[in-house]
Design a protein around this ligand. Structure first.
Ligand SMILES: Nc1ncnc2c1ncn2[C@@H]1O[C@H](COP(=O)(O)OP(=O)(O)O)[C@@H](O)[C@H]1O
Ligand SMILES: Cc1ncc(COP(=O)(O)OP(=O)(O)O)c(N)n1
Length: 267
């Protein structure tokens, strides 16, 4: 049977991030994609023009419909916007017993728009992280969650340990916002660290990289891969997607979800 993967996230009208990036990733990685939409954004490659939060009852109805009929083999969360949504979604994930949860703690879009209310950080720490198999903050998100400055690898290792101690089985602190030409995604599984290194691609077309990376990890987990292999394969997927840019839009354009088809190794 084809693995089923659910994304609980916001919609990006421009198609580069959020639900749209997730579903494209699921499709490319041969898993069956499902969605529960938490917020609508009017967004393009130039920025986020407006945000509309979906009423909680409607979010819960989407989750209930999926629960009644379509058990996910893995799921990911993206833009959850408010503490109310985080709490309600976390309670349902727990009640429904859904495993293989990848938490992408989306906070701010590349253009600077707030995709999470400030008072929601506590709910991410206390309600969502304890349910996660993998949490994938970028460096600024990890800084907010740990209240640390993460300008060295040593500090990032410390931060990964703190986030893991909050209940997430594994943590990946992504390196896109770091310095230098080598980019390091740091995985900590509670025992050891693995550094996934790649060359930094110099491009403005990196809209939705975090969403795509987390959706790829969830897809590989749904196929039965271990966390370290799923992260390795997701990293390879996003690297190709950034390398083969589509050149769409006048700002931060989307990544290329088809690009992995050119890869010589099979995912
Ligand atoms: N310029 C880049 N070159 C190569 N890989 C990148 C680049 N920017 C981001 N990535 C990769 O994309 C993924 C998302 O990274 P990051 O930009 O840190 O997160 P976010 O999109 O959530 O801000 C990570 O796997 C990271 O290594
Ligand atoms: C609806 C929506 N969800 C998430 C994001 C942020 O996506 P991310 O992958 O972190 O990429 P950038 O914002 O860095 O492009 C979003 N913009 N919209």
């Amino acid at each position: 049977m084809i693995p089923k993967v659910l994304t609980i996230a916001g919609s990006d009208s421009g198609g580069g991030a959020g639900i749209q990036a997730d579903i494209k990733t699921f499709q490319e990685l041969d898993v069956y994609g499902m969605s529960a939409i938490t917020a609508l954004t009017a967004q393009n490659t130039l920025g986020v023009q407006s945000v509309y939060s979906i009423p909680i009852d409607m979010i819960l109805e989407q989750l209930a419909s999926i629960h009644e009929d379509l058990r996910p083999d893995a799921l990911k969360t993206g833009m959850l916007f408010s503490s109310f949504i985080i709490e309600a979604v976390s309670d349902k994930i727990k009640e429904y017993g859904w495993g293989n949860l990848v938490v992408d703690p989306v906070m701010i879009a590349k253009g600077g728009a707030m995709l999470l209310q400030e008072d929601a950080i506590k709910a991410i720490r206390e309600k969502l992280l304890p349910l996660a198999k993998v949490t994938t903050p970028n460096i600024p998100e990890a800084e907010v969650l740990t209240e640390m400055t993460l300008d060295t690898m040593e500090r990032r290792r410390k931060a990964a340990k703190i986030l893991q101690s909050l209940g997430s089985e594994s943590v990946v602190i992504k390196g896109g916002h770091g310095e230098g030409d080598t980019l390091i995604d740091l995985l900590y599984d509670g025992v050891s660290f693995i550094e996934f290194k790649s060359d930094r691609i110099h491009t403005r077309h990196t809209h939705g990289t975090g969403c795509t990376f987390a959706a790829a990890i969830a897809s590989f987990l749904a196929k039965g891969q271990s966390v370290d292999i799923a992260v390795k394969n997701a990293k390879q997927f996003i690297q190709k997607a950034i390398e083969n840019e589509l050149g769409i839009g006048g700002g931060h354009g989307p990544t290329n979800h088809w690009a992995h088809r050119k890869a010589s190794v099979s995912l």
